[in-house]
Design a protein around this ligand. Structure first.
Ligand SMILES: [Zn+2]
Length: 313
């Protein structure tokens, strides 16, 4: 895999800097989950590296204006260019880890996953490039998806699995010999991006301002989902432990999203709620603290709470 992996910009760890790594499945995921958080931390002097496990080659074209045969035929290259523009807008570093998009299987029954794709790669092999990246970049904090993937795409679920495996293995001197010097990340968070409390707050604020809410339809879907969840005693909502104030960076987030032209419809759902409504009703991006090797008090408003104190700056 390492022959395909490449650094889009040099991610040498800087002495004394706080470092944040966000692990994502496809190009565009970094702009829809935690983008404003990353933009804020970068501007506060934190080094931020996005690791993108696949090239997004099998993504559908979700913007009607881009739905042309010559675009479809050249998705791998176009998505790399889109990622490069989003990276510049966010101000982060970014690295592709070289796996092939598994695609979202659709239909009943679902078709089998394509041979050689990321989701079918055995876990020990799939985690190696991320272990190597963690040992190179030496992040204090890692962001990734929860065990559901946050979205039922096989690459998202696999991204969760390799992130958890790499969090453990990167620090283990007996694991992955030859893949760099051991490094122990201190905290790992799961994104809690598309949760009901946030959309309810946005919805109410839009109604309060006599605006037409785009969320009415998804509430009906959520109620249906909630009913199904109640029937599953093992199910529990991911608790929000950490809310990062990021409203000042929502505009940067939106510009990064728009850079993923094949994936984002500028007239679509993402942009249906004005920024001033978002800033008034829900100005944070939210996380669940999944692992911590430092002492911290919940709830938090900073991903580096307890880390700043233990890292000598
Ligand atoms: Zn994705």
């Amino acid at each position: 895999m390492s022959s395909q992996a490449e650094l889009s910009s040099q991610a040498e760890p800087q002495f004394g800097a706080l470092r944040l790594m966000a692990v994502h499945a496809h190009p565009d995921d970094e702009s829809s989950k935690g983008a404003a958080t990353m933009a804020r931390y970068v501007r506060e002097g934190v080094q931020v590296l996005v690791c993108t496990l696949t090239g997004g080659e099998r993504g559908d074209i979700l913007n009607p204006a881009m739905d042309r045969p010559e675009v479809k035929a050249d998705m791998a290259r176009i998505r790399r260019e889109e990622m490069s523009r989003a990276r510049e807008i966010l101000g982060v570093e970014q690295k592709f880890l070289g796996f092939t998009d598994s695609g979202l299987p659709e239909g009943d029954p679902k078709p089998p996953l394509p041979p050689g794709c990321f989701a079918l790669t055995p876990l020990a092999e799939a985690a190696e490039p991320l272990v190597r990246a963690v040992r190179e970049f030496r992040p204090h904090v890692i962001l990734t998806y929860d065990s559901s993937g946050g979205y039922p795409h096989p690459d998202h679920v696999k991204t969760h699995e390799v992130s958890v495996a790499a969090f453990e293995a990167a620090a283990d001197p007996d694991a992955y010999p030859g893949s760099g010097e051991p490094w122990q990340p201190l905290k790992m968070y799961y994104f809690v991006s598309f949760h009901q409390a946030k959309f309810a707050a946005l919805h109410e604020e839009m109604l309060r301002r006599d605006m037409e809410s785009p969320y009415t339809k998804i509430f009906a879907e959520w109620e249906e989902r909630a009913r199904r969840r109640q029937a599953d005693p093992g199910y529990h909502e991911l608790e929000i432990t950490t809310r990062v104030q990021a409203g000042d960076y929502f505009e940067v987030r939106d510009r990064a999203l728009l850079a993923h032209e094949t994936q984002i419809d500028p007239n679509g759902f993402w942009f249906a709620c004005p920024l001033e409504v978002q800033r008034a009703a829900w100005p944070t991006e939210d996380y669940h603290l999944a692992r911590s090797l430092v002492d911290t008090e919940l709830p938090e408003d900073d991903l580096f709470a307890g880390v700043r104190e233990s890292v000598s700056l």
